[in-house]
Design a binder for this molecule. Sequence first.
Ligand code: ADP
Ligand code: ZN
Length: 636
Amino acid sequence: MALATMEEARQILADRFGYDRFRPGQEALVEAVLAGRDVLGVMPTGAGKSLCYQVPGVAARGLALVVSPLVSLMGDQVRSLLEAGVRGAYLNSTLTPGQQGTVMRRALEGAYDVMYVAPERLADPRFLDFAGRADIALVAVDEAHCVSQWGQDFRPSYLAVGEFIASLPARPPVCALTATATGRVRADITRLLGLRDPFVLVTGFDRPNLRFDVERLDPKRKIARIAARALARPAESGIVYCSTRKDVEKVHEALVEAGVPATRYHAGLAKGERAANQRAFIDDDAPVMVATNAFGMGIDKSNVRYVVHHNLPGSMEAYYQEAGRAGRDGEPAECLLLWSDGDISTCRFFIEQESGNEELTPEEGEVVRATRRRMLEAMVGYCYTVECLRGYILRYFGEEAPGACGNCGTCEGGVEAVDVTAEARAVMRCVHELRGRFGKGVVADVLRGHASDRVEELGLTAAACFGDLGEGAPAGPAGTPLPSAVPAARIREVVELLAAGGYLVVTEGTYPTVQLGPRFREAAEPGFSLAMKSVPRKATRARGAAVAGSRAFGAAGGAASGDEGLFECLRALRKDIATKLGKPPYVVFSDAALRDMCARRPATDEEFLEVSGVGLTKLKRYGEDFMAAIRDYEAG
Ligand code: ADP
Ligand code: ZN
């Protein structure tokens, strides 16, 4: 029996949530849920997963139960629902037992459409008793990958979800949602949640509103770069990810000193401070958050306009998830990755160190390390690629990529490629001859013909490849002699690039090595060629010029529309109202809604309802104030 019709669902989407159409992925998922099917939706952050269960939750007679690991955010999620006129509630450890009892009693009376619960609740006898009696129309499992030990956010408490669902007297359809799922994690989700012949939908990973940039920067210059971005438009919200707590502290302090209203978040801070800082960020009191990757899962702040990575993440999966927290409202947003050589070494070092403390057999440990090395190499490849950055990302996630996207550093910055095929061949020969026993430093010295103490000691001056990239060696174009030795830094870069392509494997730690990779044979084939991004050493200066151009990083966002004045005015009004009501500003209206208001300049209720993100409830609550502000602005 169908829970409700698509027509009802569309009506709810318009009246409550203020959107005139479902996005393609949502449409298919909602339809399947309403038909009573289990579904598994894999959609990137910002695709709009919440509506996939919220709309059916409202449409169905009965309660939609949403399992979510994000206890600290349930309050916000429910507030957003109430704001849209949806009857929401949550149940977690932040409520007293008395309050929990009240919520459950009211739920039994049918007071709610959507109820969020923490997975820990599912083991609570009181809750199980409640669930056995409640009219549960749908169970949604948010961040469903948490159930898999193969994912990066495994939560043991999620293992109880499958059993809970199976224990319900009338099994409702189950809607599992996640932003990251490899085939293996997907299989785990289906098996461990006990999904029955689920309708699986994986939407495209492309986020056209995100602009991607990569900059290689000296560690010392990274902070100045970040501060410049933040100060370019100080009211905008941004996240700066650092790989260590120490870096968070350092970057945060420097930003505050530079006048950036920043706050910070990492696992070393007291719980209360973490919560307060998160609040300040969500409320736009401190629009810039400096954090480790401990921050962000489930933060559904839709108006994050940029995400900067101060360090290289360990994988493309991690990068895309973190960067994807920008621009969830669909408005232009920017993702900038800053990196330096040291970042790569640090990541490698962690890989070799880390896997020791897991309960794994030595063989399993090696499998884990090999996987992580491969993931890191793909990340390094992103730093070096001379192709469209979006194309690189999409191909990594197994999607076809169109040619040039026109909205990334490569497509717009005119990246210069240098051919390093000769150097690459020499490196491959050298690694082969040295049988993978030594690190990058030795490889570079041997190739340059530099008889360092270490090279002498190892007797490598006698190696056949000694001096192959040294002064006078015939490694120039068409065998011309090299005017001077290839710089050691260039050789190291070529090693990284080869590793990123799978031709080599680089390890770091007590005994760093460069070894042949799985694709090493291909590098010896006649058609092999390798190009590298020529990275100007004076990168910041070159950037300075580029920033003057309208679309470079830091300059995106409706600047051309001529509505900036009005936008700022509406943004200020939103903040006022939010503060008065004690709500996060984006809950009142998203940036996208404000932009649409600027474009439409509604003067009547009907026109106001046309604005994307405005439903009947919001019209009633805020329409008058915002229309008055627009009138005032237009009157000058
Ligand atoms: P996810 O959970 O997939 O990361 P959210 O559910 O938080 O994404 O939605 C991201 C943003 O997209 C929110 O601001 C939401 O209001 C908006 N959104 C969702 N669905 C639609 C739609 N059909 N039309 C316009 N905006 C939408
Ligand atoms: Zn591009």
